[in-house]
Ligand binder design. Structure first.
Ligand code: F6P
Length: 361
């Protein structure tokens, strides 16, 4: 038996842990593994792949990035922008099938976020035996309680806030930290709470700049002359909507970014306090995975092999109630998980005086 694995879309700490898990579990069963390079692109004839066995995966558990390489562009982009779906052309699917047939690959493990899993679903519907593994630092897939990479991103936010605290205090400044997450506020929420932010602005909770300024003034009056604001890249400015960069590449996805700077300008005007902005960017995606992400990634990989052994194709590994299970890929890509206003972490944050820039303090 021979199985294939590929990862597609943005990279994410913990991808190598998944590969380690897949290769380890497959070799115990006596199976061979081929790893396709650069996402689905590796499926194009004659196939760009490497043979993976435990000797090739020694020491990769702790490595960030992915030894297979990845891309969020190319011939297989199935989901663009705000959820609109573009199908992979039939001739491209045929080419992928040909490569898999020639290599005698009996199951294909696709590690990806909602866009890549949408491609995986299409391949499955066209007859390729696909198993999905969820991957995103944004932690925004409804079908799994957590994705690997999320806690590593949160750790970067916490580390950045620890550093911003000291300089903010020295200068009595307001510091605005912009973090990733696309349309979900999980990284901002967890990172903000873990790093001791004073104000957290999320895409899911409408805020006003007047209230943000008022909180900063109140803090000043109480003797707290510095304030840390964490802002998710996907927040909508009250009078101006989402802040986007130019569209890039064939993925057609809008790149978010720049809202932190806009908020910092407004804060300075409204409060008269010196305000600085910092965008954490891809520092959140790079570097070694946390121990939790290594273990989660490895378990996802092992479970994917188990699903292949049981012939459960079209399913995605899912983590619920501390256990590994599975859900149909179809369900997994149909709904994003967003922060609800009554989320436990939001409530805990409000209880300790963190503001979300709204009136419900
Ligand atoms: O979805 C993961 C993510 O890191 C988002 O949080 C971010 O908006 C986006 O990818 C950045 O993508 P790219 O690496 O293409 O700039």
């Amino acid at each position: 038996m021979r199985i294939g694995i590929l990862n597609s879309g943005g990279d994410c700490p913990g991808l190598n842990a998944v590969i380690h898990g897949v290769v380890g579990a497959a070799s115990k069963l006596g199976w061979e593994v081929v790893g396709f390079r650069d996402g689905f692109e590796g499926l194009l004839p004659p196939g760009d792949y490497m043979h993976l066995d435990p000797t090739k995966t020694i020491g990769i558990l702790k490595l960030g990035g992915t030894i297979l390489g990845t891309t969020n562009k190319g011939h297989f982009v199935a989901k663009v922008g705000d959820g609109s779906v573009a199908c992979v052309p039939p001739d491209v699917i045929e080419k992928a099938k040909r490569t898999l047939r020639q290599l005698d690959v009996h199951a294909l493990i696709v590690v990806g976020g909602d866009g890549s899993l949408t491609t995986g679903l299409q391949l499955f519907r066209e007859g390729i035996p696909v198993i999905g593994v969820p991957k995103t630092i944004d932690n925004d897939l409804e079908a799994t309680a957590m994705t690997f990479g999320f806690m590593s991103a949160v750790a970067s936010v916490v580390d950045a806030l620890d550093r911003l605290h000291t300089t903010a205090e020295s200068h009595k400044r307001v510091m605005v930290l912009e973090v990733m997450g696309r349309h979900a506020g999980w990284i901002a929420l967890w990172g903000g709470v873990g790093g001791g932010a004073d104000i957290i602005l999320l895409p899911e909770i409408p805020f006003s700049m007047e209230r943000v300024a008022e909180v900063i003034r109140e803090r000043d009056a109480q003797g707290h002359h510095s304030t840390l604001i964490v802002v998710a890249e996907g927040v909508s400015l009250p009078d101006d909507g989402l802040v986007k960069k130019k569209k890039v590449g064939k993925s057609g996805e809008d790149r978010l970014g720049g809202v932190g700077e806009r908020i910092a300008e407004r804060v300075q005007i409204l409060t008269g306090k010196e305000t600085r902005e910092c965008t954490l960017g891809h520092l959140q995606r790079g570097g070694s995975p946390t121990s939790l992400d290594r273990i989660l990634g490895l378990r996802f990989g092992v479970k994917a092999v188990q699903l292949a052994q049981e012939g459960k194709f079209g399913q995605m590994v899912s983590y619920q109630n501390y256990r590994m299970g599975e859900v149909p890929i179809e369900e997994a890509v149909s709904k994003l998980r967003l922060v609800e206003s009554d989320n436990d972490v939001v409530i805990a944050a409000r209880s300790v005086g963190i503001s979300f820039g709204d009136e419900a303090e």
